[in-house]
Design a protein around this ligand. Structure first.
Ligand code: ZN
Length: 488
């Protein structure tokens, strides 16, 4: 038995190495996500199977199903390497057979730990080898298993691997951390889990970069179909220049009647701060003009090309990172192109309405529709930057804001600490920054969960002398009564 299994182990390791440089065609089919490492317990299972009773001895159904899953794994890996259709068929048959047995056993005994473990593994391989194409059933079974048996390391790892393969990195990180907590100390498995955790964190830290491609994405334009030749025509394309023009108009309106603070030291402190944050945000970024508003209101407002910060925020924040949290959140709205997206959605809806009313159904639709877009832009352009953002946009800005902070070297946990502090100051949320944002409790909850995904072991910036100096100076002044105009 031992001798017969040796080649299997060698084959497994060979596949593992080959797999590292050649992602399987299945992985590519599943959207290019490549889960390269094998689940670590696969090695242990091969070791364990050396002492397995000979095939002639009748196994109980649960052990039989577990053996079928292991056989299917070897056959599936063989198929991935050699493209041998027989192996593929055998793997699929064994997995289906195992599923049938395990589901039957679970019907009789829903608390069968081994059943849940093997079934989650079977579903994992069905997806991994491309038989089912999705990991939902694996994840669902693993969740059921962990709810009953939270210390089952195999289920925890299977769940992590399934999340990794579907690019659900926060869930994968959570499952891997859980695995490392409950792991009984097998150094090889733990090393692999740690390595996979690092991979997941890396993917998590760069996942939000996709927003940087906004101008190339279909979301940045409005297209119509020309009824004469059925060709798609772009009638509006968001560009940095367009956003900056809208931002400049909104800025003029926002600062029309507010006193500005002309303090070269505060000005240069802020310019430096903003350039550090913007410099670590991916993609084409706006150059920002900083305006310090002399107002006790705790607020910061940005539009493309401009950031306005009230002195009230500077004195409210006790550390630099609390200030940076609010500023990063605001910058994140621009990074997410929230106003431009809103404009495009509103215009599309308006165009549909106008088209239904036959206004746009003209002989030369392109020029006519383009005219409508121009008119609409004039009507709703500035309003976009002054209206409150939606809950979804606020949440996105919170999450992107945490990344902007982290990238620039500040500890993002200050973001949620800052929210809580504002809330404690007055739970009715009179603070301008909060009045248009999601309820604090929701916010603190999702932020706490999200921040778990950051590798925060290293020391990160929380405060600075420059900030404290400016704050002390502002605190010593008599308070002013004017306020920054609120978003409508
Ligand atoms: Zn916001």
């Amino acid at each position: 038995m031992f001798k017969r299994l040796r080649p299997a182990l060698v084959l497994f390791l060979t596949i593992l190495l080959v797999g590292m440089s050649n992602p399987s065609p299945f992985a590519q089919e599943m959207g290019g996500t490549v889960y390269i490492r094998e689940v670590p317990y696969a090695v242990a299972d091969i070791g364990a199977s050396r002492t397995r009773p000979p095939a002639r001895v009748r196994q109980d159904p649960v052990s039989q199903a577990a053996s079928l899953v292991q056989q299917a794994r070897a056959q599936g890996l063989e198929y991935l390497q050699s493209k041998n259709e027989q192996s593929k068929k055998a793997a699929k048959k064994n997995l289906e057979e195992a599923e049938k047995i395990l589901r039957k056993e679970l019907k009789n005994n829903p608390a069968c730990e081994k059943c849940l473990e093997s079934l989650a593994t079977a579903y994992f391989y069905m997806a991994y080898f491309g038989f089912s194409g999705k990991y939902d059933e694996c994840i669902e079974t693993a969740e059921k298993g962990l709810a009953q048996f939270p210390n089952n390391t195999r289920i925890a790892y299977t769940k992590a691997a399934a999340h990794y393969n579907t690019r659900q990195y926060p869930e994968a990180i959570k499952a891997l951390k859980h695995f490392l907590v409950i792991s009984s100390g097998d150094p090889q498995s733990e090393d692999r889990a740690r390595q996979l955790l690092l991979d997941c964190q890396q993917c998590f830290l760069t996942g939000w970069y996709r927003q940087a491609n906004f101008y190339q994405s279909p979301e940045s334009r409005i297209e119509i179909i020309n009824p004469q030749n059925a060709a798609r025509e772009i009638i509006f394309q968001a560009t940095p220049e367009w956003e900056l023009t809208q931002g400049a108009s909104a800025y003029t309106q926002l600062t029309a009647n507010v006193p500005q603070l002309n303090d070269p030291e505060i000005q240069s402190y802020f310019e430096d701060l903003i350039s550090r944050l913007v410099g670590k945000t991916p993609g084409p970024n706006f150059n920002y003009k900083v305006t310090v508003i002399d107002s006790p209101v705790v607020n910061a407002v940005t539009v493309p090309g401009h950031i306005m910060v009230a002195t009230g925020l500077l004195t409210f924040a006790e550390t630099e990172s609390e200030l940076v949290g609010v500023v990063a959140h605001e910058l994140a709205h621009n990074y997410g192109h929230h106003a431009a997206r809103r404009f495009i959605k509103a215009t599309q809806a308006q165009l549909l309405a106008e088209y239904a009313a036959s206004i746009v159904r003209a002989i030369n639709p392109r020029s006519q529709t383009a005219q409508v877009v121009t008119q609409l832009a004039a009507q709703i352009g500035i309003g976009l930057f002054l209206n409150a953002y939606s809950r979804h946009e606020e949440k996105e800005a919170d999450l992107y804001g945490a990344h902007i902070m982290f990238n620039a070297g500040w500890n993002p946990t200050a973001l949620s600490l800052g929210f809580l502090k504002m809330y404690k100051m007055n739970p009715r949320q009179p603070v301008k920054f909060l009045s248009t944002h999601p309820p604090l409790q929701d916010r603190a909850d999702y932020m706490t969960e999200y921040l778990e995904n950051f590798p925060l072991e290293r020391e990160m910036r929380l405060d600075s002398e420059a900030f404290q100096k400016i704050r002390a100076r502002l605190m010593s002044r008599a308070p002013k009564g004017t306020i920054i105009p609120p978003p409508q």
